[in-house]
Design a protein around this ligand. Structure first.
Ligand code: PGA
Length: 250
């Protein structure tokens, strides 16, 4: 049985004042949630979120990490630093990192390996663009992104979390239908299981315009184990309603 999970990806949003309110609202309601809940905040807010989430059931995560262990890499943040702030999860390979920062499949896999080695859990994102979907290349693209992970971490698949995020559904209000998402999730699980039987236990989150209005149907799919939530994670009421949907489906 895979426990449902909801991870908030704040992206480059927030302020000390706004975070105080949002984190306060989330922790106040967290006792009722029976799924795993994590918020992935911008680096400068890790200390604030660590303090505000202490003692609550909500976990803390980051949105990226360096592929390097330490050294002369200006602007980079190491997994050891994230660990010091009680991060349990790190998103790697988000499509915005792949598109705007040129992150390759192998760099994403190397980051996931670093996160695992530090005792944290990577949330590894994969997903196709609209053009690729229209050309019927979804499985080829997602398969290639996944293979880089399987190549390096094929025997650790049960220790990481995957997130299927079709690029055309991110921040666009255009969600994959539950069946479209389920089809790709099933494809991902089957491919991962060919390398590692433990992939039956790997949680695969769906991301891309998840809201309370579509969460119930998405989380009812057999291979959708929760959501990676962008825009809706900035609104406590909406994010908690999505977490309620995941709790009910658990
Ligand atoms: P969205 O973003 O929920 O705003 O579509 C999801 C993500 O990019 O992780």
């Amino acid at each position: 049985m895979r426990r449902k999970m909801v991870a908030g990806n704040w992206k480059m949003h927030g302020s000390l004042a706004a975070n105080e309110v949002l984190l306060g609202d989330l922790t106040a309601a967290s006792a009722r949630l029976t799924c795993d809940v994590v918020v992935c905040v911008p680096f400068p807010y890790l200390a604030q979120a660590q303090r505000r989430l202490a003692g609550s059931a909500i976990g803390l995560g980051a949105q990226d990490c360096s592929v390097h262990e330490q050294g002369a890499y200006t602007g980079e943040v190491s997994v050891a630093m994230l660990h010091e702030f009680s991060c349990g999860h790190v998103i790697v390979g988000h499509s915005e990192r792949r598109a705007y920062h040129g992150e390759t499949d192998s760099a994403v896999a190397a980051k996931a390996q670093r996160v695992l080695a530090s005792g944290m859990t990577p949330i590894v994102c994969v997903g196709e663009t609209l053009q690729q979907r229209e050309r019927d290349e979804t499985e080829a693209v997602v398969g290639m992104q996944l293979d880089a992970i399987l190549h390096l971490l094929g025997d650790r698949m049960h220790d990481l979390i995957l997130a299927y995020e079709p690029v055309w559904a991110i921040g666009t209000g255009r969600t994959a239908s539950p069946q479209q998402a389920q089809d790709v999730h099933a494809f991902i699980r089957q491919r991962a299981q060919r390398h590692c039987q433990g992939a039956a236990r790997t949680r695969i989150l769906y991301g891309g315009s998840v809201k309370s209005a579509n969460a119930v149907e998405l989380f009812a799919q057999p291979d959708i184990d929760g959501g990676l939530i962008g825009g809706a994670s900035l609104n406590a009421v909406e994010f908690l309603a999505i977490a309620d949907a995941a709790s009910a489906a658990t």
